[in-house]
Design a protein around this ligand. Sequence first.
Ligand code: DI6
Ligand code: FE
Length: 415
Amino acid sequence: MDGNENPGPVRTSLWRNARLATLREDLGTLGVVESGVVAARGERIVYAGPEAGLTSELARADQIFDCEGRWVTPALIDCHTHIVHGGNRAREFQLRLEGATYEAIARAGGGIASTVEATNALSVDELVAAALPRLDALLAEGVSTVEVKSGYGLNVETELKMLRAARRLETLRPVRIVTSYLAAHATPPGYQGRNGDYIAEVVLPGLAAAHAEGLVDAVDGFCEGIAFSPAEIALVFDKAKSLGLPVKLHAEQLSDLGGAKLAASYGALSADHLEYLDAAGAAAMAKARTVAVLLPGAFYTLREKQLPPVEALRAAGTRMAIATDCNPGTSPLTSLLLTMNMSATLFRLTLEECLAGVTREAARALGVLDETGTIEAGKSADLAIWNIDQPAELIYRVGFNPLCERVFKGERVSR
Ligand code: DI6
Ligand code: FE
């Protein structure tokens, strides 16, 4: 693809000869526009639609790119990750294959505690360096927006360090980072059996401090028998509410504690995992417009048998997104293309659900749908241009990357 560079104060750019999958709902399945064109003024899309509808002014753009009939989608969005963390758990994975149990590994200092220790040992610079290869793997597949959670510090200082590292990523790569404060992820060693004290002494003051530093876009928690009860999560959500911050929740991953219903009652952006969600939970989420974020990487890694209730979610009209859940313990996955394939094969999501799940619905789950997630006028020009003949190729292949080019805020970016 060739562009004639002619930089002005606000450059107009044109991508023409494109087959657009805009993901606009009003345009039908995938929001397809054949013989499409996208025009941007600076970082904003000013026109996206049929070539015939282009004004003569926009047709004389400063730079014009010929997509040569390629498919163009919104840039992808990974709406649930833990990419900022220290160390990895490959050794633990190996031991499990040799027969070690989770309990034995935990007693030997493994499991989430080992990631907490490794994360606490790193500086912000070192956390950034550890996260960059994971971020780059995502970007290489056309991702332009990534959610990043804290939650492996479990003390105020390191929770803040993780979020500072997450914010720093945005200054080092062409990417939009959205942060979530997840101190209510696990109980640290010094607070075993004292979740209430941990919330009062660490989670809530840490949230106030992180928010004061502008580090928090949303507040998350892990509602589970091995983590926090709905009543404990409610304390964290009340604080989030008092600070004007949106909430989301890891819910119904291993059992049904009613976490999704709690999240919905707070108008949560999303409830994530949801293998053990019941129909009433799905309905409560639909009513509250809480997005269901499905995470096939964790389902696969844990060899989970309980499928998320996709039919119930569809019947209730709950929006569905999908994400990598990239984390060192239960989903060491840095590919959204593979996530789409897993969602299709393991969860039987349709092509439309898979693609919407990493674009429009992922943007909705992050509260950034006004900014990105579909190709339409007014939004950021965040595009992925693919070497494919049909959209189904994006979900059908396993471990193949057909990205031709990524565009972020109207700029072509190499990764
Ligand atoms: N759900 C998970 O599967 C991970 N966290 C969460 O909330 C597990 C985190 C880990 O084992 O490191
Ligand atoms: Fe997670």
